[in-house]
Design a protein around this ligand. Structure first.
Ligand SMILES: NC(=O)c1ccc[n+]([C@@H]2O[C@H](COP(=O)([O-])OP(=O)(O)OC[C@H]3O[C@@H](n4cnc5c(N)ncnc54)[C@H](O)[C@@H]3O)[C@@H](O)[C@H]2O)c1
Length: 251
């Protein structure tokens, strides 16, 4: 059992991929973690895995597109730990796959709802809790290399991930001086179920992905970037987007 002074953390989309690795890495660093996800079976299994390794982890089922479930998720975390010190807003659905001329407006709405609007809902309640408790606090929103570079055929995902940067900067500005910091981590191609699913839907091979985007990163490498942004080592950093892509964007 961690001490009550161990940072209290919420990770969304924590049943799989980067969210799961983030919960694991934070717990190994001594943080207490609530894992939230729409997938209850995998989320519980992820929390149990952390607990069996001596960490403190609890699962809360939440669909981040439902504002009342987001409010409950944040309240449940604060109730469980007595406060909320850190949050990683990571939940997302896979990219859309049609060019704009073929785009279905309803699909665009859904992708934006899961990958962007949900982050607003999470920030709203996380910031309120952190500012209310008098800070400090640190929030990381998960963007993407698609926050900076478009991909033809994914207009909704690209637009949503670009907007994550604007939302992150707005949130950082609005809580400047409160001790609460808000940043984004923008991963490149990372070996997760989402990447594998999108690749097979496009009929791509791993070789094709790496030829285009460089070697795949691991979920743990991204988790460590979030961990740094949630630690006091980054106390002067807010409103920033940290790219973790092995150098893809500078090529
Ligand atoms: N994998 C990559 O190459 C890559 C690259 C750049 C950015 N990203 C971003 O990283 C983050 C994590 O992606 P991943 O690759 O680990 O994906 P993943 O599919 O492995 O995991 C996503 C998790 O989010 C959950 N989720 C989806 N919709 C939800 C909802 N409405 N409410 C609650 N939970 C929900 C899923 O159940 C799943 O557990 C996402 O924000 C994604 O856009 C991924």
């Amino acid at each position: 059992m961690k001490t009550a002074s161990a940072p209290a953390t919420l990770v969304t989309g924590a049943a799989s991929g980067m969210g799961r690795a983030t919960a694991r890495v934070f717990a190994a660093a001594g943080f207490r973690v609530v894992l939230a996800d729409i997938n209850a079976d995998a989320g519980r299994e992820a929390a149990d895995e952390i607990t069996s390794r001596g960490g403190e982890a609890h699962f809360v089922r939440a669909d981040v597109t439902k504002p009342d479930e987001v409010a409950n998720m944040v309240a449940a975390t604060a109730d469980r730990f007595g406060r909320l010190d850190c949050a990683v807003n990571n939940a997302a659905c896979p990219p859309d796959s049609d060019r704009i001329v073929d785009a279905d407006v309803e699909v665009f709405r859904q992708v934006v709802e899961v990958n962007l609007t949900s982050v607003l809902a999470c920030l709203k309640h996380e910031l309120a809790q952190m500012v209310d408790q008098g800070g400090p606090g640190a929030i990381v929103n998960i963007g993407s290399i698609r926050s900076f570079r478009a991909r033809a055929g994914s207009p909704a995902y690209t637009a949503a991930k670009h907007a994550i940067i604007g939302l992150t900067r707005t949130a950082a500005l609005e809580c400047a001086g409160t001790g609460v910091r808000v940043n984004a981590v923008c991963p490149g191609a990372i070996d997760t179920p989402m990447l594998r699913g999108s690749r097979s839907a496009r009929g791509d091979t791993e070789a094709a992905t790496t030829a285009r985007q460089g070697e795949l990163g691991t979920p743990e490498e991204v988790a460590h970037a979030s961990l740094w942004l949630c630690s006091s080592a980054s106390s002067l950093v807010t409103g920033q987007a940290l790219v973790a892509d092995g150098g893809y964007l500078i090529r």
